[in-house]
Every structure is written in structure tokens, then in C-alpha cells.
Design a protein. Structure first.
Lengths: 231, 801
């Protein structure tokens, strides 16, 4: 099983730590036993329905949890860090059904669970665990939105980065990690989430010297996002 | 009834006498439904309105008298101008107004408060009017509905939407009389049944068809190329024809080829003959300018796509040139009808094949036109995604009883065989989403109060109305000149995503340089010289009809008939015979070759586009299993072309019928065609909302792909109504397994590995409508590209890996 995973994911060294970008879009820090996921957006369809929008299939939370469960089973983390926007809003947190609550409790049993605050869920969602603005562990700092001034060792979410690559099999677009020596931006882990191009000015501003993108999917693939490429 | 004296005088004063079919419609003016079939220039529109004018001349009318519906906004505006003449001449004190998406808000408000005697509109605008609470008042007094170009409306869901609207009107205004005006069609009784309130009869009036067309292939000095469809090789000769004629319409099948051909034509146009370009991706301003110039008689020719298939009668058009294979004989006949609008002169038309293969198709089409053999188009039952939209819009107008709405819907021709259970599922979908999981009370759009369905939140009516319509375009971005430039048109988002600043492309007949993206608009500057990329425009790809394809294979399979073909085409067939083989009757020819870094496999099934598309989905799935790394495929009516990363030396393992049949259900559900169909149906049914211009933001994190919804539903709710609808809608484009079985049964297999593209395969290389496989080959190609990019940046593979 482990050998199989090695072929599918990407390991890299960041501020002296060995990290693994998982094909699922989760970040695994094996030495510290930390699993980080960004932008789960639990309750997305419920919030849209409540606000009089369209009635999307109410299975997004279950699907996101199923994928998170697979990662937790495979890696057995000591700590799970959710990098903000874990809930589509705080009412969605309250509105989560019993099955979803039970799954979260099961997953949290016997380990630390950190809810980093996001713009969608600025307050403690009331699901147990620790609710924080930022979470520090060794040289790493986990927050929702990347700080304007680069801080070495920052891990964040929020932007849902995606990258398109022209290949001989056509133009392939995938959610991706973006990183340089200073910071990492994670792709969104939630089921009903879209993406922002890694070449968008908002993301380029975070990586003034270019970044490496690690595309997710069946397996991870690294490509440079250079300065010469533009939106 | 006979024509009142006042009208007889009016005809006489203009030196006209009424056509037989005009009088026939007048005689049937209170019949519930009548279908008139008449060629262009046959005074069809006047026939439709004559009973209205006679009525209104006899006595004043309170409220709206006649509703006219056309597929084109431009047509509504044109009819308004044309009706002005008889209304003024006859001294009628009535208002004739059009109402479309372009009508100013103030005028629309007034039209709702005080409807004109004659209102001219489109199916979408009618659906919008019917969704208002005051619809009964707006339409009070309505006597007649005239549906123009009904043959065109009936080809798409727009027609189904219109018929649902008419069923509603029939309820509001019992005794309504409806008239359909149609060009020549293959099956008039089917169209009559579609138009009439079900179950009811509808008389068909056939106008005198006029003289047959004068139609031939254009002779060119240079033979058509092997591949391509743009007709560039014939530009000089086409220009000669344009010069000699009074006014010419040049039809080209796709927007991209229209752009290229237009440029080529102007490269030869040293005298600067006024020739314009018209297609659906150009900005509204640009199109309106061309139409106005045409009306004013300022143009010598227009190069256009299907955008001018219908529309304003330009009496001065005396030549129609079809560039590229006609694909569809009925459409060709209707296009030819756009020339020679004098009823009694034959239409003059020229066919210009785009490549050698199309020479044969053009020849086959000529035969079919002369034989009057129009292709048949089968209509399925009314689509359920549209029914869901109709239910939601009905709720916008006010509370409704399910029973009454069911009866009303079944009185629309396309829905006459709808069953109650299916209807109830649609109601359930509209009300709660129709999900198997029913834990949430928040999933409610409609709720039942005292047995009547009503909107849970009346404020949602606005969003529902914004979503009206059945035309689902691919996502496009508008293009404008940098700075304060005017809009030029639009390109598909997928094309825009591949552009890097400095890239050039063609739009609106000019080459422009991509500068950057600004608020979802592509900013460009002028760049006349550089070789442009070809922009991908939305637009519709017409399939060759089965009847036409059969005529083509008959010619191909009979070398004795090659003498009827131009010499260059017979030689081309000989060349195919030398380099590869010719397909034997009842056999199956396949070819494999490399081109660039892709390996191609070409299968000449001659089984029609639908069967080939189905086969493409099946074979590429087999290729995935056999690790042949397929990347994509494209199907036309004659053949299937698959490309991938590995050459297929031996296709036999692909054609094992048991393997192909295995897991058919999974295959059917997973492919890109289904996901595309799902998106369209989900938009129409209101499961997802359209990204309207102006409503869209630059940050796209908020919107996500409908593919995700499709996958989620398949996993958690496989019996959901939207998946049933997707399967039904996709089946309209795919074909049953029988034709595939028939092809697999052909044991006379011919497989040739060639050194390069063969004469037969060449046209396929440029075929549109490619389907991506999204399989393992993507990962392989992505890794290759990633390694190259990393090396280029002086990086090795990431980190410590």
C-alpha cells in the first residue's frame, strides 16, 4: 500500500521539512503526523438551498467526508488541520446532519483537530476540536488566507488554485498546490468547489518569483508556473 | 370568406393578385390550427396576417388580437416594418409592435399594461410574458397566433417551449386559432401534428412550389484540396460569380471557416466589392450593421453561416453559394430558396466542395435535390428538462393545480403522450430537487398549499425568469479592442484559456493580437500581418443526414459511376486505392498511421455519425483497457478517427464484440458526451443557473464544474430524474447497439498501416466535434510535458523524490 502511494504522490522539502502533496489535494507532514486540508465547504448545497438558490444534490458533505476518511485511514495522522472555509457558513455548520456529525466525531477520535478560521466560517463552528486564527507547529504556520508579506513556512488555502497545461493529449486543467521556498497554497478539498487559475494576478502576486504547481488527480504532477507565463 | 373589396383594391393598386394559399388561409380563419407550406418569396407572411388585417378592418378590437412568433429577433423587427405598409394603406388604426430581448424596458412595461393589437415576439419572450402574474390580462382577447418558420423551430427545444406556451394560451383564450408557416419539409403531417392542439386535426395548405432550382457544382481551375472545408482554393472563382451576380449569399458551415474564407476572398478583392461577414459569434452591433447595409442594398455579398438560414427576405439576392458539403438536403433546399425571391423565377445556386471527399457529397446532394428527396428528421417526445423549466415558470405566474397543468401540457403536440408518473416526478424535482435523501426541509422551491403548488419564496421568480430558454451555449468570453474599443465578438472560454499575450487570431474578418484578460473580456489590438491561430467559436455542427450518406457510399462503391465525378476526384480515389485500399462493400477498412507525435486509427464504417460516435466511445474504452493510451476521437458520417499515444498495429483485439458489450452501462455513464448532455439539461431544468454576463465575477472559485454534480448524482442517487433525462437526451445523439453489431459482424476486415495520412483520412483530421477521453493518456502526456517544462526551467523533479 505504502509503495503504491509513493508512486502516486509528490514529496518535497519545505523549510527543512519533508512534506507530501497527495493526489487528493491534502498535504501530509509525516514527521509531525499532521494532515492539512483546505476549503472543505461543508454544507455548500444546504446553504444554497436555504438562500433560495438552486437545489443541488445534497451529497457534497458526505462525499467530502468520504474522501477525507480515505486519507485519514491511509495516513493515521495525529493532527488534522482544516485550513478555513471548512463550512460554507456557520448556519451550515449547525445544519449538518447527524450522519455527517458522527463521521466527524469518528475521524476526530484519538487525535487533535484544528479548525482554522476562514472567511466563510470566522467563528468556532462548535464541532469540538480547537478553533484558531492561525496554527503554528515547528517551522510551519497554518492560516486561511496567505499573508500579504511572505512569511517563511506559511501553509494556506482560500484561493482554490487550478492550472491548465497544454499537452499532446490536449489542454488539461487540474486543481493544484502552489509553492515556493516561502509558502504553500493548497487546492480546495471540498466537493462542490471551483478553482482560480494559478496564473491569475491574485495568485501571481503571492509568488513574485514564480512557483511550482503540483497538479492533483489520479496522481500528482509538478510543473513550473514561471514569470514569463501570463494570465 | 372572400377578400373584402377594400383589400381587393389594395392588391390591385399594387398590381398584385392574391395567391391561392393566401385566400385559403383567409377561408380558414377561425379553424383551430392550419399549417401553410410555401417556398420563400411565396407571400407566406402576408398569408399569415391577412385574416388578422381583414378582422381588424371590419371592427375595432379590444386588447391583443394576434400574436406572431418567429425564431429570430431580427425577423420580428422586419415584419413590423413590412406590416406598416398595408396597415397605413388600408388606413387601419392599430398598433404593431415587436418585443424581444432587445426591446427597451419602458416599452416592455407599456406593452404589458396596454398590449398592441399585433405583438411580434420570440418563443423565449413569450415564455417570459406567460410567467407574469398578469398574463391572463395581457393576453385577454387574443384570437390568433401566427408561428413563422415553424420548420426551423420544430428542429430544436425552442419549438417544444413554444408549443407549451401555446397550450397555456389556449387555456387563457379558448377558441384561439393558430397558423404555422413553414418552408418545404419532408413530412408535413408530422409537423401538423406537432402544431395542432392535441388531440386535434390540423389542415395542411400546400402553396405552389414554383419552378425547380438552377443548381450546379462550381468549376474551378485548381482542384479542391484533400482536406479542409474552407473553400479557399476557389476564392477567385467565387469572387467572379459574386461580381457577375446582383447580390450573393455565401453560406459556409462553421464560423471558423467563414472567418478564414472571408479573409481569402478579400485578398482577391482588388476592386473592393462591398462584401460583408455575418455569423453568430460576432457582436450584435456588427451583425446589425451588416443587416442594415443589406436592406439598404449597399452590399454585393455576405459570407455567412447558419446565422442567415432564416430571416429577412432580401428580394435582391439572386445567387446562393454553398461552400463545403451541404450535409443536409432539406437545409440546402431552404438555403437555395433564399435566392430568386421572385416567386416565378428559379433560384440559382452553386455548390463548392471543400475537399475531394466533399465533391462526392456535393454530387450526391445535387442528385437528391433534383429528385426532390428530402432527408427525414425524426422527432422524439417533448423533453423533460424543458418541462421542468415550464413547471417552474408556471409557478412564477401563480399557484397551479397539478392535475390541470398535466392536462394542459398533454394538449401540446410534443407532450401528447406524457404519462402522469413522469409528470409527477418532474413536479417533485421542481419542488424539492427530487433527491432520494429527504432529510432537509430547506430543499424546497415549490410547496403545496391547499392542493395548489406555489413558489416557497416569491423572490426566486426573478432568478427563474433569468434562466428562461433552451439554447445552451458553451461558455464564451467577449473580445474587444484594447482601450475603449468596440466589441468584436466572442470566443469560447476553452480557446481563450490557451492564449498567451502576443498570440494572434482571426475574428470578424481581421487578425488581432491578444493583449490580456480584463474583467472577463479579451483585450486585443490590431495586428494585420501575422499568421493567426484559428479561434474556436461556439456554434452548431451539422451532421450529414443518413440519406445523403447513403447516396455517397453508393457512388464510392461503384467505380463505374466515378466517371460522373470531376477528373481530379476520380484520380484521388485511385490514389487512395494505391496508397491504402478502398473499402469493399460489406467489408470494414481500418488504417493506422503516425502524424506528428500522435498515432491515428481510422475506421471507415460508413455507419452514420451517431453510430460512429457510439463506436468511438466503446473502442476508446477498450483501448484504455488494452493500454493503447487513446487521447480523443472524432466521428463523422463515414468514419471514426481515434488518436492516442500508441500506434495500433493490430485492431482485432478491439473488435471483440463480447468485450465491447461488457460493462456497457458503465461506459454509457462515464463518457464526456454524457457530461456535456447533463450540463445542458441541468441548465434548462434549473438545477444549475446560467453564468450571465455581468453576473459573473473574475474570481471563479465560486463556480464549479457541472461534471462534479453529475459524478455525485451517479454515486449517491443513481435513479435521479436528471440522470434519466441525461440518458434520454444523449440517446438522441447516440445510436442503438444494433448498427454496431452489424458492423462487427463484417468479417471481411482490411487493416492497413500506412506511412502517412491517406486521402480518405485527410478530411477527418480537420473534423470538428472532438471528444476527449480523459484517461490515462492524459497523465502520461502531462508527465511528459511537466518533465519538459521543469527541464526548461533548469529544475529537476521536485524535492527529494
Amino acid at each position: 500500500m505504502f509503495r503504491f502511494c509513493m508512486k502516486m504522490d509528490t514529496r518535497f522539502t519545505f523549510v527543512g521539512q519533508t512534506l507530501t502533496a497527495r493526489p487528493s489535494g491534502a498535504l501530509w507532514w509525516a514527521a509531525a503526523g499532521v494532515l492539512a486540508v483546505a476549503d472543505l465547504h461543508f454544507g455548500r448545497s444546504e446553504r444554497l438551498a436555504r438562500r433560495g438558490g438552486t437545489l443541488l444534490p445534497p451529497y457534497d458533505t458526505a462525499e467530502t467526508l468520504a474522501r477525507l476518511t480515505r486519507e485519514v485511514r491511509a495516513l493515521a495522522p495525529r493532527t488534522i488541520v482544516c485550513l478555513g472555509d471548512s463550512f460554507d457558513d456557520l448556519a451550515a455548520a449547525n445544519g449538518l446532519d447527524a450522519a455527517a456529525r458522527a463521521t466527524v466525531s469518528d475521524l476526530a477520535a484519538g487525535r487533535r483537530w484544528i479548525w482554522v478560521a476562514g472567511n466563510h466560517d470566522p467563528a468556532d463552528p462548535g464541532f469540538g476540536g480547537e478553533a484558531v486564527e492561525t496554527f503554528h507547529a515547528g517551522p510551519l504556520c497554518f492560516r486561511h488566507i496567505a499573508a500579504r508579506q511572505p512569511a517563511a513556512g506559511e501553509v494556506s488555502g482560500h484561493y482554490h488554485p487550478k492550472l491548465g497545461v497544454p499537452t499532446r493529449a490536449g489542454h488539461i486543467r487540474r486543481p493544484c498546490f502552489l509553492w515556493d521556498g516561502q509558502r504553500i497554497v493548497l487546492p480546495a478539498f471540498g466537493t462542490y468547489t471551483g478553482g482560480l487559475s494559478a496564473r491569475d494576478p491574485a495568485l501571481r502576486a503571492l509568488f513574485p518569483d514564480g512557483a511550482e504547481a503540483i497538479l492533483t488527480g489520479r496522481r500528482t504532477v509538478s510543473v513550473p508556473v514561471g514569470l514569463h507565463q501570463s494570465a | 370568406m372572400t377578400l373584402p373589396p377594400r383589400f381587393q383594391d389594395w392588391f390591385a393598386a399594387r398590381g398584385w393578385s392574391p395567391h391561392r394559399h393566401q385566400l385559403a388561409l383567409l377561408a380558414r380563419r377561425s379553424a383551430p390550427a392550419t399549417l401553410l407550406i410555401a417556398p420563400t418569396g411565396g407571400g407566406k407572411t402576408l398569408a399569415g396576417f391577412l385574416p388578422t388585417l381583414v378582422d381588424l378592418a371590419a371592427a375595432p378590437h379590444e386588447g391583443m388580437h394576434t400574436l406572431y412568433i418567429s425564431p429570430l429577433k431580427a425577423l420580428a423587427a422586419d415584419i413590423r416594418r413590412n406590416l406598416g405598409t398595408p396597415v397605413a394603406d388600408l388606413g387601419l388604426d392599430i398598433r404593431v409592435e415587436d418585443r424581444t430581448g432587445d426591446t427597451p424596458n419602458s416599452a416592455r412595461q407599456r406593452q404589458r399594461a396596454d398590449p398592441p393589437e399585433i405583438l411580434l415576439t420570440t418563443p423565449e419572450s413569450l415564455a417570459l410574458l406567460l410567467s407574469y402574474e398578469d398574463a391572463p390580462r395581457i393576453f385577454a382577447g387574443l384570437r390568433r397566433v401566427v408561428v413563422d418558420e415553424i420548420h426551423a423551430l420544430a428542429e430544436s427545444k425552442r419549438g417544444d417551449q413554444l408549443l407549451l406556451g401555446l397550450a397555456r394560451l389556449e387555456k387563457l383564450c379558448p377558441g384561439l386559432s393558430r397558423v404555422g408557416l413553414s418552408a418545404t419539409v419532408d413530412d408535413p403531417p408530422a409537423l401538423a401534428e406537432y402544431l395542432a392542439p392535441a388531440p386535434g386535426a390540423c389542415e395542411i395548405i400546400m402553396a405552389d412550389p414554383g419552378p425547380g432550382p438552377d443548381i450546379r457544382l462550381l468549376d474551378t481551375a485548381e482542384p479542391p484540396p484533400w482536406a479542409g472545408s474552407g473553400g479557399r482554393y476557389a476564392a477567385a472563382e467565387i469572387l467572379d460569380e459574386i461580381r457577375a451576380a446582383d447580390t450573393t449569399l455565401v453560406f459556409i458551415n462553421t464560423r471558423a471557416t467563414a472567418e478564414i474564407f472571408f479573409q481569402e476572398l478579400w485578398a482577391h478583392n482588388s476592386e473592393a466589392l462591398p462584401i460583408a461577414l455575418h455569423h453568430g459569434s460576432l457582436s450584435r452591433e456588427a451583425r446589425a450593421k451588416v443587416e442594415a447595409a443589406m436592406v439598404a442594398g449597399e452590399l454585393k455579398a455576405i459570407v455567412c453561416t447558419g446565422s442567415l438560414d432564416l430571416g429577412i427576405d432580401w428580394g435582391n439576392v439572386d445567387l446562393v453559394i454553398q461552400v463545403g458539403a451541404p450535409r443536409n438536403v432539406k437545409r440546402l433546399v431552404q438555403r437555395i430558396g433564399r435566392a430568386g425571391h421572385q416567386y416565378d423565377t428559379p433560384s440559382r445556386a452553386l455548390l463548392v466542395p471543400g475537399n475531394r471527399f466533399e465533391v462526392i457529397e456535393c454530387r450526391a446532394a445535387l442528385e437528391a435535390v433534383r429528385a426532390g428527396d428530402l432527408d427525414r428528421s425524426a422527432r422524439g417526445p417533448g423533453p423533460l428538462d424543458l418541462l421542468c423549466q415550464h413547471i417552474l415558470l408556471t409557478a412564477c405566474a401563480g399557484p397551479f393545480q397539478a392535475e390541470a397543468l398535466f392536462d394542459e401540457v398533454r394538449s401540446a403536440g410534443p407532450y401528447r403522450s406524457l404519462d402522469r408518473e413522469t409528470f409527477d416526478r418532474c413536479i417533485e424535482f421542481c419542488a424539492t430537487g427530487g433527491y432520494a435523501l429527504r432529510a432537509y426541509d430547506r430543499w424546497q422551491r415549490l410547496r403545496a398549499v391547499d392542493g395548489a403548488w406555489t413558489l416557497r419564496d416569491p423572490r426566486t421568480a426573478r432568478n427563474l425568469r433569468m434562466n428562461i430558454g433552451t439554447i445552451v451555449a458553451s461558455e464564451t468570453l467577449s473580445v474587444r479592442m484594447r482601450g475603449r474599443g468596440k466589441p468584436l465578438g466572442e470566443v469560447e472560454e476553452s480557446f481563450a484559456a490557451t492564449l498567451v499575450p502576443g498570440d494572434t487570431f482571426l475574428i470578424g474578418g481581421q487578425t488581432v493580437r491578444y493583449e490580456g484578460l480584463r474583467e472577463m473580456t479579451l483585450e486585443v489590438s490590431k495586428q494585420p500581418s501575422k499568421q493567426p491561430k484559428i479561434a474556436v467559436f461556439g456554434g452548431y455542427r451539422m451532421a450529414t443526414t443518413l440519406e445523403l450518406a447513403r447516396r455517397v457510399t453508393a457512388i464510392l462503391g461503384d467505380p463505374a459511376r466515378w466517371r460522373e465525378l470531376p477528373g481530379h476526384t476520380a484520380e484521388w480515389l485511385d490514389l487512395q486505392r494505391g496508397l491504402s485500399q478502398l473499402p469493399r462493400t460489406g467489408g470494414l477498412l481500418t488504417e493506422a498511421f503516425w502524424r506528428g507525435d500522435r498515432a491515428y486509427l481510422c475506421i471507415y464504417s460508413f455507419a452514420g455519425r451517431n453510430a460512429n460516435q457510439t463506436l468511438g466511445l466503446l473502442l476508446t474504452r477498450r483501448m484504455e483497457v488494452l493500454r493503447l493510451d487513446p487521447v480523443g476521437f472524432v466521428a463523422n458520417d463515414y468514419a471514426l478517427l481515434i488518436w492516442g499515444l500508441k500506434l495500433v498495429d493490430d485492431p482485432e483485439p478491439l473488435f471483440v464484440a463480447e468485450d465491447l458489450r461488457e460493462d456497457l452501462e458503465t461506459w454509457l455513464a462515464e463518457n464526456a458526451v454524457m457530461k456535456r448532455t447533463f450540463r445542458a439539461s441541468a441548465l434548462i431544468a434549473g438545477l444549475i443557473e446560467r453564468n450571465l454576463p455581468g453576473k459573473r465575477k473574475t474570481g471563479r472559485q465560486a463556480t464549479f464544474s457541472s461534471d462534479i454534480l453529475y459524478d455525485t448524482l451517479r454515486k449517491y442517487d443513481p435513479d435521479h430524474l436528471m440522470l434519466k433525462i441525461t440518458r434520454t437526451e444523449a440517446a438522441r445523439g447516440l445510436v442503438d447497439f444494433d448498427r454496431i453489431e452489424e458492423m462487427l459482424a463484417r468479417t471481411d476486415r482490411q487493416h492497413v498501416v500506412t506511412r502517412h495520412v491517406t486521402p480518405f483520412a485527410a478530411p477527418l483530421m480537420l473534423e470538428m466535434g472532438r471528444v476527449p477521453i480523459q484517461g490515462v493518456a492524459e497523465d502520461h502526456a502531462l508527465e511528459e510535458e511537466a518533465a519538459r517544462m521543469m527541464a526548461e526551467e533548469g529544475l529537476s523533479e521536485t524535492g527529494t523524490k
